[in-house]
Design a protein around this ligand. Structure first.
Ligand SMILES: [Zn+2]
Length: 441
């Protein structure tokens, strides 16, 4: 234990660009540095994903929170600031933000800010305001957009969590094609699922743990416990020598951004959430195989889009007017060609309407379909001459079930709550320092 020490929270965001760097990798570098300082780690590093439906996110809109105990916060803060200044990919458009908070407990204002960043679009102006009003120790480069995630990461309160082990490449390998043994990933998944998840797509035979960009991540293994992702990583074989790995506690797989109900009369572009309503028109399949339909709730309508890669367009096509559904997703901004659309990320069928087809009645005596005698003239059996006035109802069986439909795993976002986690909530695991949560090979 460190005497006369204080707890220091560190929030980092937006150090990467589409061309390079990765906030988790910079955090790994910082943790490697901190390991050689006279400090104590208080918790796993956290990787918090925020609203994925904002326009300027780099890849997954993830920010990192580190919690340490130190006797010399000033020195540590200076060092970390230098790391962020030196390694952020600002020349390719990164707008890094770094926030320090020196106290064990985190004020409610941070939690509130974090909660909003999960589903809304928060301007950098708001973040700068927050920092100055609360006299928070912070640093930013570029336009300072990264302050949003840096504050949000510190303020994030876990109610459920998962883990991700991210492994990093050596400098000389960054940018080269990642070669991983496909079978090892498939075997790892079948041996460890559901303690790990979304590693391999059995349907399309695709490895899901390796990113495709020029960032330093080699692979990321998601799972329920720190132990499960560490064990799983030993089962995966890569074709290159890796630099090391770090395990993050994360809100991935928790559906965090879709928890709040959207207000139909206030559907701001780029917000995320869910809506409950009734299907109010026949779904239309448009060019590219995307399916659109509208939902009515509280007397107002909104268009919803289910996209081809989700592989649940068939489900959307089979909806009929009157079906009661709950949909989650993000609001796409209106453009010249279309109004606002909810980009559907889950479709929960709550109640199926009856699919009734009106047909000519059948003659009870002859068991034959009657013939129409003309508009509003009723029906007549051509065999025996019996008459009936109205058509009869025929109920067509539905091709849908009332249940939850999720996109196929390869179309999942980081935050998508997968089927096997629908009812699962992990109690916040204590920080187990006996586990190799950071490791340099
Ligand atoms: Zn008849």
């Amino acid at each position: 234990m460190l005497r006369n020490s204080t707890i220091l929270h560190i929030g980092i965001d937006d150090t990467d660009s589409p061309k390079g760097m990765c906030t988790t990798f910079l955090s790994y570098k910082i943790v490697k540095f901190l390991e050689n300082q006279n400090i104590e780690f208080i918790d796993y590093p956290s990787l918090i994903r925020f609203n994925p439906n904002i326009p300027w996110k780099t890849r997954g809109n993830g920010a990192v929170h580190l919690t340490i105990k130190t006797k010399n916060p000033k020195k540590i803060k200076n060092k970390i600031t230098r790391f962020v200044a030196n390694y952020s990919d600002t020349k390719n458009g990164a707008n890094p933000g770094l926030v320090f908070y020196q106290n064990e407990s985190i004020p409610e204002s941070f939690h509130k800010f974090s909660n909003l960043a999960l589903w809304k679009l928060i301007s950098r102006k708001k973040a700068k305001q927050f920092v100055s009003e609360n006299e928070i120790d912070s640093f930013y480069l570029g336009n300072g957009q990264g302050l949003v995630g840096a504050i949000g990461a510190i303020g994030y309160k876990f109610t459920d969590h998962t883990f991700e082990l991210l492994s990093y490449r050596k400098k000389s390998q960054i940018g080269k094609k990642r070669i991983i043994n496909k079978d090892s990933v498939r075997n790892m998944q079948s041996a460890t699922f559901p303690d790990t998840f979304n590693s391999y797509d059995n349907e399309s035979n695709r490895v899901l743990i390796t990113p495709h960009g020029p960032d330093p991540v080699f692979y990321g293994i998601r799972g329920e416990t720190a132990k499960s992702v560490i064990t799983a990583s030993t089962m995966v074989s890569a074709n290159e020598k890796l630099d090391g790995y770090m395990v993050f506690r994360s809100n991935q797989g928790t559906g965090d951004h879709l928890k709040n109900e959207l207000r139909i009369d206030d559907l701001e572009p780029f917000t995320s959430g869910f809506l409950v309503g009734q299907v109010c028109n026949k779904p239309v399949t448009e060019k590219g195989g995307h399916v659109f339909f509208s939902v009515e709730t509280k007397g107002k309508r909104i268009k919803c889009g289910v996209y081809k890669p989700t592989k649940i367009t068939k489900v959307a096509q089979n909806l009929i007017v009157g079906d009661k559904i709950r949909i989650g997703g993000g609001i796409r901004k209106a453009s010249k060609h279309h109004g606002r659309v909810v980009n559907v990320e889950f479709l929960d069928v709550l109640e199926l309407a009856k699919n009734i087809l009106l047909t000519n009645p059948t003659c009870k005596k002859c068991n034959k379909k009657m013939k129409s005698k003309g508009n509003r003239q009723g029906f007549e059996c051509i065999k025996c001459g019996s008459k009936l006035l109205s058509k009869s109802n025929l109920e067509i069986p539905r091709k849908l079930e009332s249940k939850l439909y999720l996109p196929t795993v390869s179309a999942h976002r980081h935050l998508t709550r997968p089927y096997q986690r629908i009812r699962k909530r992990n109690r916040i695991a204590t920080f187990d320092t006996s586990l190799p949560w950071i490791h340099v090979f």
